[in-house]
Design a binder for this molecule. Structure first.
Ligand code: NDP
Length: 391
């Protein structure tokens, strides 16, 4: 018997619920909880297996711990927002259950992506004999697993990693974000950063771009941005000299974003409006399409992967590991677009490996510290097949 509690009923939460339901031999019971219970119920009605639902404020540790005590899961999968990571980790410690998430903690008042707050839980999880797995979506998540796999099987030394993320899909809206708008806009408007020869190099937002040839999608302009997995990969991939992260954006997306920034709509500090404090970005989120609603008419594909350069048997080697995912296929299977799908499937796989003890240990882990082999097999089995090519 292994019961899972999923927290967060957005685009990603829906996919995690669907995918866990497809594996009843591992996830024998599923409970989906979120701030708005109606959203959990809507997902539960689509899943072809009975799952229970609950309302919870995941900012409130006592409320969460009481829910965990009542549901009695072995594992909590956190697919709410990064703001809730620490309270959910606290509640898992209090209730004595394992933890997994897909995005690192961010303080609500500063757009800052760092693992330090969650790494600080190492000793407490170790002492409690519990496992916390951080960043188990696609990027972070599968990209970290690709790095661990490349280190173990493809290279003697990896010198550089370029993580490349392309969404070549079209959702038909003038402007929408593929995951939570607030988190997405905070991520892409911060200063860029990459790591080279032992130090972080900061750049102005979107100031470096390059044409990248994406398999099955074609050439697209990628922009160098900072992404959280770089911080842990720099620690865990031996001999690394450089790591960068590239994401594609359409000219239309960038034009909308520039206008929103110029008029102050992406600000995260409160402003007074008719006697009330309003955070412009939070207000903007209410106006933009919900990421979980984009799936129905989404066409096209995503292509996300890692390009490695390094040495094997004394010779230079440049290879790419990647996955291509089709928005319409995802919608047909789980009523979600490919960005939610590529995040939710790895979260389910991480949970699968924890519940079957293929991934075990006490403490806080980034996924590249765990065995990549069973994860790579399950990606092929559960909807995210990967390929390796020469570059
Ligand atoms: P959504 O905004 O669609 O969903 C977030 C869900 O969390 C909503 O159901 C929301 O509730 C719920 N929630 C928010 N605050 C609370 C709270 N205090 N208590 C309980 N529930 C709460 O986001 P996505 O599904 O697109 O993204 C989910 C997570 O996945 C995010 O952390 C995102 O950063 C991460 N992600 C990771 C990726 C990766 O590859 N690693 C890629 C994409 C996303 P309500 O319905 O009431 O608003």
């Amino acid at each position: 018997m292994s019961k899972v509690l999923i927290i967060g009923a957005g685009g990603v939460g829906g996919v995690v619920a669907h995918k866990c339901a497809q594996v009843p031999e591992v996830f024998t019971e599923i409970c989906l909880a979120s701030r708005t219970k109606a959203r959990c119920d809507r997902i539960a009605a689509q899943v072809p297996r009975p799952i229970t639902t609950a309302q919870v404020d995941a900012d409130n540790v006592d409320e969460l711990a009481a829910l965990i005590d009542c549901v009695e899961p072995e594992l909590v999968i956190n697919v709410a927002l990064p703001y809730q990571d620490l309270s959910i980790m606290e509640a898992c410690l209090k209730a004595g259950v394992h933890y997994l998430d897909t995005a690192n903690y961010e303080p609500p008042d500063v757009a800052k992506f760092e693992y330090k707050w969650q790494w600080a839980y190492q000793e407490r999880f170790q002492k409690a004999g519990l496992m916390a797995v951080l960043g188990c979506g696609f990027d972070p998540g599968v990209t970290n697993i690709f790095c661990a796999y490349a280190q173990q099987n493809m290279y003697d030394e990896i010198h550089s990693v370029d993580i490349v993320d392309c969404n070549a899909g079209d959702h038909g809206h003038p402007f929408a974000t593929n995951f939570n708008p607030e988190i997405n806009i905070r991520e892409v408007t911060q200063r860029g950063k990459y790591w080279e020869e032992g130090e972080w190099k900061e750049i102005d937002p979107m100031s470096i771009s390059e044409m990248i040839d994406f398999p099955e999608v074609g050439p697209r302009k990628g922009y160098l941005i900072y992404h959280e997995e770089e911080e842990s990969l720099v620690r865990h991939i031996k001999g690394l000299k450089r790591i960068r992260f590239w994401m594609t954006f359409s000219d239309n997306y960038l034009t909308h974003l520039r206008v929103l920034q110029n008029v102050g709509m992406t600000r995260i500090d409160p402003v007074m409006y008719e006697g009330h404090e309003v955070v412009p970005l939070k207000f903007l989120k209410v106006l933009l399409p919900d990421p979980s609603s984009l799936g129905e008419n989404y066409k096209g594909k995503t292509c996300i992967g890692c390009v490695f350069e390094g040495i094997k048997d004394g010779k230079p080697k440049k290879r790419m590991l990647y996955n291509v995912c089709d928005h319409a296929e995802c919608y047909k299977e789980v009523k979600a677009q490919a960005v939610s799908y590529t995040t939710g499937v790895p979260a389910m796989i991480g949970g699968y490996l924890m519940l079957t003890n293929a991934w075990a240990g006490a403490g806080v882990f980034n996924v590249e510290q765990l065995d990549p082999m069973p994860f790579m097999d399950l990606l092929n089995k559960y909807g995210l097949p990967w390929k390796e090519i020469e570059r």
